[in-house]
Write a new protein. Structure first.
Length: 173
């Protein structure tokens, strides 16, 4: 029995270690995105908004922040699921592994769309853009089907309550 307890404690410690490194990576990603944003603003201010393809640079900054947000949600979600609940705003609360996967899937999809628009602003090759759009569409469809399948299996349909009383007593005729 002590072996099982120590194995469970070791697993909990490994999860905590993973969460720690995910949150450190999220923090680093936020710092990196902030530095890139400051560099972009400095470049725009010193060159009087003459930076070529400015939309592409803004999209890059958005993509970096979305990556940081995904890492933060992953770290906080794993902590809530495996360690203890946190006092977070409702949109950030995670009650199940399915919710965590769904949140991450949505952010990853949004990230891919932002990257696509960045490539579009960069005047990418039409064939490459078409293939990228098709790939994003396929991944979107798979995520939607996965979410619908999980929702269908996760929530059983409520059954209609039946009264133990005969219909004449319960008021049903």
């Amino acid at each position: 029995m002590n072996f099982v307890k120590s194995l469970l404690f070791l697993n909990r410690a490994l999860i905590l270690l993973s969460i720690f490194f995910i949150l450190i990576t999220a923090f680093s990603a936020f710092v990196y995105a902030s530095v890139k944003t400051a560099e972009l603003l400095w470049e725009l201010l010193t060159h009087r908004w003459l930076l070529e393809k400015v939309e592409f640079h803004f999209v890059e900054v958005i993509e970096r922040f979305l990556t940081a947000i995904a890492l933060l949600i992953l770290g906080m979600g794993l902590y809530e699921l495996f360690i203890q609940p946190l006092n977070l705003p409702q949109p950030l609360k995670v009650n199940s592994f399915h919710e965590l996967k769904s949140n991450l899937g949505n952010i990853i999809l949004l990230n891919m769309v932002v990257i696509f628009f960045g490539n579009l602003a960069e005047d990418g090759q039409a064939k490459d853009l078409l293939l990228q759009a098709i790939a994003i569409g396929i991944i979107s469809g798979i995520l939607i089907l996965f979410a619908q399948n999980q929702d269908h299996h996760a929530s059983p349909k409520p059954s209609t309550p039946t009264s133990p009383l005969p219909d004449s007593v319960s008021g049903k005729e």
